[in-house]
Design a protein. Structure first.
Length: 375
């Protein structure tokens, strides 16, 4: 009897190990999901070409692209076709800085729901936070992170490596368009025109004429050959108000944008499942990754791989869920800041205050007071 029990235990372990091995091999061998770009962005690129006298229809057919002006953000274009569009556009226009110049005159409709979110923000800080949160609506191969360091804050651009991502082959035009678009919004939406303190670009330094064009469009000094792409502003800029601020509309537009993000995730996205479980389990303690993996019937290793495939990590998801829950609780008004910090698993109020300042640039009490005053 005892030998039978030992045999059954050995057999169960062997089958489990074999199943995990097969699962991991299938996961590693699976083809990478291709990055995509919002059709509204691609439509705006084609309209720019039309405005400068180049047949957009001809280029679209050449690149295998079929988008229309009425396309919505739920309509996507494979990244490989957008990559080809950039190459053809540079060749046909003779403009190696076409991304920079497109951003100078893009239509707000190109940003679809993200454009409405940005217009409704109260401050520059809110704009940069929302751009970081929702950038993948426009291009799911790109992430923007907002970092605060002393007297400066910066957005940095990250290309996702766990998908078939054309940006990893050549992301210059996309970065140029992103930073030039941000610079334009700082000048256009604020009560007084603002400019970045400096812009860093990984691309090699161009000739003097092209370098001066970057300075003209971005309105700031530009450092080429940097380790990463950064858009740097003084922290004091973050509190600057926007002329189009509308907090009530912002809330409605964010709900719409959150829905777009949810639909953008591939079917069975583990990052979405993990975020959902975390939101339910964050009640005074942080569940370790192994508990979440067990709840999803996965090994720790497979869950970590699945999250990497979605372009994220457990720690990043935890930080995002805590931020979203903190803002939701503080807007509700029924829970004190110290209670919110406890619910989200922070060891002490000061740790929650530091994290909330990193997320929003404000203390929890100041954020709540500002939200209630504008509600």
């Amino acid at each position: 009897m005892r030998l039978n029990a030992v045999y059954e235990c050995w057999r169960w372990r062997t089958l489990t190990t074999r199943a995990n091995f097969v699962t991991e091999r299938a996961f590693v061998g699976a083809p990478l999901r291709e990055s995509t770009v919002a059709a509204t962005v691609v439509a705006d690129m084609l309209q720019y070409l039309e405005r400068i006298g180049i047949s957009a229809d001809g280029i679209a057919r050449q690149c295998g692209i079929d988008v229309r002006p009425q396309s919505g953000t739920d309509d996507r274009v494979p990244g490989s076709r957008v990559e080809q569009l950039w190459r053809v556009a540079v060749r046909r226009t003779g403009d190696p800085l076409i991304g920079l110049h497109m951003a100078e005159s893009y239509s707000p409709g190109a940003l679809d729901i993200l454009g409405y979110v940005v217009l409704s923000c109260r401050t520059v800080g809110e704009v940069l936070e929302r751009v970081a949160k929702y950038m993948r609506i426009l291009n799911d191969g790109m992430r923007i992170e907002l970092v605060r360091e002393g007297r400066l804050a910066y957005c940095r651009c990250i290309f996702i490596e766990t998908m078939d991502n054309y940006l990893l082959r050549d992301g210059q035009q996309a970065v140029d368009a992103t930073w030039a678009g941000l610079a334009r919004e700082l000048r256009r939406l604020t009560l007084k025109p603002l400019a970045p303190a400096e812009v860093l670009l990984r691309r090699p330094a161009p000739g003097a004429k092209e370098a001066s064009e970057y300075v003209r469009v971005l309105g700031a000094s530009v450092k080429f050959g940097a380790r990463e792409d950064r858009f740097i502003v003084p922290v004091s800029h973050l509190d600057e108000p926007l002329r189009s601020a509308n907090p009530s509309l912002l809330q409605a537009f964010e709900q719409h944008a959150d829905g777009v993000l949810a639909r953008l995730d591939p079917p069975g996205s583990k990052s979405q499942e993990v975020a959902s479980v975390l939101a339910q389990r964050l009640k005074g303690a942080i569940p370790p990754l192994k508990e979440i993996a067990r709840e999803l019937s996965m090994s720790d290793r497979n869950l970590q791989r699945a999250l990497r495939s979605d372009g994220t990590t457990y720690q990043k998801l935890l930080d995002q869920v805590r931020r979203d829950l903190a803002i939701s609780h503080l807007r509700d008004g029924a829970t004190s800041a110290s209670q919110v910090g406890f619910l989200l698993g922070f060891s002490e109020p000061s740790a929650f205050h530091r994290a909330f300042r990193r997320w929003t640039g404000q203390a929890p009490s100041a954020y709540r007071a500002g939200f209630l005053a504008q509600a």
